[in-house]
Design a protein around this ligand. Structure first.
Ligand SMILES: Nc1nc2c(ncn2[C@@H]2O[C@H](COP(=O)(O)OP(=O)(O)OP(=O)(O)O)[C@@H](O)[C@H]2O)c(=O)[nH]1
Ligand SMILES: [Mg+2]
Length: 305
């Protein structure tokens, strides 16, 4: 019996289901999810310990969820794509995930070009198969993708319905080198709680407000005080324009209150104490274009990692 371990990068265009897959495989909500593209802005680590089972090998899989691959046109976009490249460069395996229902376009060409030169093995995951009325539609898709690249495996899955994930985990484990675990067995991520709290606030903004506002929003936790029974958090929601601030605050502060209440309940589940959450909204024109501001949002950079 062998023990396998390594880094696995989840790669794909925005909205393909990368974060849904990360959460499903780890069995915990580590990444926020939304129907809007470019939800994830930083790479997110998720650690899975696979126990020894009868004839099966054991191991530790370190998954890295990444921002959706796109052609960046802002500092924020460039930082997101640099996170993607960072995740790809040190990994042992790439899981390239595509939406089985979506028609091929220029973003897919860009995505395939990105993996063209890599010597790292690539699995192709055809996701969202729960949306296919006829599973026979998968065959022409598989043939089409096989012509583009020599994928080590092609696996149809539904990250949402958790279909095909056992097979995927086994294939991933076998593709990883024989090596000892890289992280302690009780660790499932490297994200600080204050960053996860900021992300949960952003998730509720993504759910509650529409159109361009979610993309114009970032959240920074300014104060985070852990107590035995109460965690005090103060966070600022940054947006681009006054009109967006009005939407985020809402009539008589109703929208901000709604976002705060939902986010607080989720953060309480995460930290395991009651939470006192204070939210502020600030207009920071053009923040997505400011490299300095974007770097400040990046917890790894702030922690000097
Ligand atoms: N029907 C169906 N929907 C899915 C599946 N996987 C993900 N989704 C949905 O697709 C949308 C995007 O999912 P995410 O996991 O946020 O996608 P992502 O690739 O992380 O997106 P970005 O972070 O923006 O790059 C959400 O509405 C998910 O519920 C699936 O297997 N089936
Ligand atoms: Mg995501």
């Amino acid at each position: 019996m062998s023990f396998h371990s390594g880094f696995v990068c989840i790669l794909g265009r925005p909205n393909a289901g990368k974060s849904t897959l990360l959460n499903a495989l780890v069995g915990e909500k580590l990444a926020i999810i939304s129907p809007k593209p470019q939800t994830t802005r930083n790479r997110i680590l998720g650690i899975i310990n696979v126990p020894k089972q009868k004839s099966r090998d054991a191991g530790q899989i370190v998954l890295i969820d990444t921002p959706g691959v796109h052609r960046p046109d802002t500092s924020l976009g460039r930082q997101m794509m640099s996170d993607v490249r960072e995740a790809m460069s040190g990994c042992d395996l790439i899981l390239m995930i595509v939406d089985a229902k979506k028609k091929w376009d220029a973003t897919d060409t860009f995505l395939f070009d990105l993996v063209k030169k890599t010597a790292t093995p690539v699995f192709l995951l055809l996701n969202k198969i729960d949306l296919l009325a006829d599973k026979r539609d998968l065959l022409p898709l598989i043939t089409q993708f096989q012509a583009l690249r020599d994928f080590k495996e092609i696996i149809p899955i539904s990250a949402l319905k958790k279909t095909g994930l056992d097979e995927l985990l086994q294939c991933v484990l076998q593709a990883l080198p024989k090596a000892p675990a890289q992280f302690p067995e009780d660790q499932i991520t490297d994200q600080p709680l204050r960053f996860m709290a900021a992300e949960l606030i952003r998730e509720h903004i993504l759910m509650q407000v529409r159109e361009e506002v979610p993309h114009a929003v970032s959240v920074m936790v300014e104060q985070y005080e852990e107590g035995k029974t109460l965690t005090r958090i103060a966070a600022t929601i940054f947006c681009d324009r006054n009109s967006q601030k009005s939407i985020l605050v809402g009539k008589g502060g109703q929208m901000l209150k709604k976002i705060g209440t939902h986010a607080r309940l989720d953060i309480e589940k995460l930290v395991g104490t009651k939470v006192f959450l204070e939210l502020f909204v600030k207009v920071q024109p053009g923040w997505r274009e400011s490299r300095q501001f974007v770097e400040e949002l990046d917890w790894r950079r702030r922690a000097g990692l």
